[in-house]
Design a protein around this ligand. Structure first.
Ligand code: G3P
Length: 252
């Protein structure tokens, strides 16, 4: 499935179905698919021994019972972690997955937005390691890379030229440059703005440049309706069930 073949509008399960299961776990990704999300979104970063781990924060403190910076911990430490209990004890023992684990579990079943989140180490080998896994699993037609870090996007584009790249724009004034000018320097395929920055003209301008607009993180029904009415191409949501209901109600 190519970016151009994604359903309109596209529902991305943000960190999986993270309203219903612990974010960035296989349980959350598999649930998002059962809830009819069109695609999933996940956060990739490197362990201290250069493995690609799927976790949002720069530390493990919030989502596991351990402490420390992700980039200071080897994969063997992540293998001991419980990434589920922080959400609900029903998910006790749910592992913190590697990108390879996610590809093995759902790589052939959905479309995956991989956010390159090496924000604390922008020159690390994350793009190379992610590219290696995408190529090994032959998933270049099923992934979209995104990042707030244009350097990472530029590097991964060279490594996986078939796959599209999406630029995440920081909320508010600090993201203005990314939302407009940056596409002249780094022609990206999709713009990922925060919901409060989306206007009809932002959507029209992106479409004129041939870019899709995928908006983060949209969990309220009224926001979904308003954004779909503005013509956005998709949303990242923790709640694929609600998003699917909204899409269906707007179709009628
Ligand atoms: O990729 C959409 C969204 O995840 C961006 O913000 O902080 O959740 O990575 P954040």
């Amino acid at each position: 499935m190519l970016l151009s073949e994604l359903p309109y509008p596209t529902i991305f399960g943000h960190r999986g179905a993270s309203a219903y299961a612990p974010e960035n776990t296989l349980a959350a990704f598999q649930l998002a698919l059962r809830q009819n999300a069109d695609a999933i979104e996940l956060d990739a970063k490197l362990t201290s021994d250069g493995q690609v781990i799927v976790i949002h924060d720069q530390t493990v403190d919030r989502t596991t019972a351990h402490t420390g910076r992700v980039r200071d911990l080897p994969l063997s430490e992540f293998r001991k972690m419980d990434g589920g209990s922080h959400f609900d004890l029903a998910f006790k023992g749910e592992p913190v997955p590697t990108l390879d684990d996610v590809f093995q579990a759902v790589g052939q079943l959905t479309y995956i937005n991989i956010e390159l989140t090496n924000y604390a180490s922008i020159w690390d080998a994350l793009p190379e390691k992610v590219a290696e896994l995408v190529n090994q699993h032959q998933l270049s037609q099923r992934v979209l890379f995104s990042s707030f870090n244009p350097v990472a996007l530029q590097r991964i584009r060279r490594l996986v030229p078939d796959a599209p790249i999406g630029l995440l724009a920081i909320k508010g004034a600090s993201g203005a440059w990314a939302r407009s000018m940056l596409s002249r320097v780094l022609p990206y395929n999709s713009l990922h703005p925060e919901k409060s920055d989306v206007t009809p003209s932002l959507v029209q301008n992106a479409h004129k440049r041939g870019q899709k607009v995928f908006v983060y993180t949209v969990n309220r029904q009224e926001d979904m309706i308003q954004l779909f009415q503005m013509g956005v191409d998709g949303i990242f949501t923790d709640d694929p069930v609600l998003a699917r209901q909204v899409v269906q109600s707007m179709d009628h």
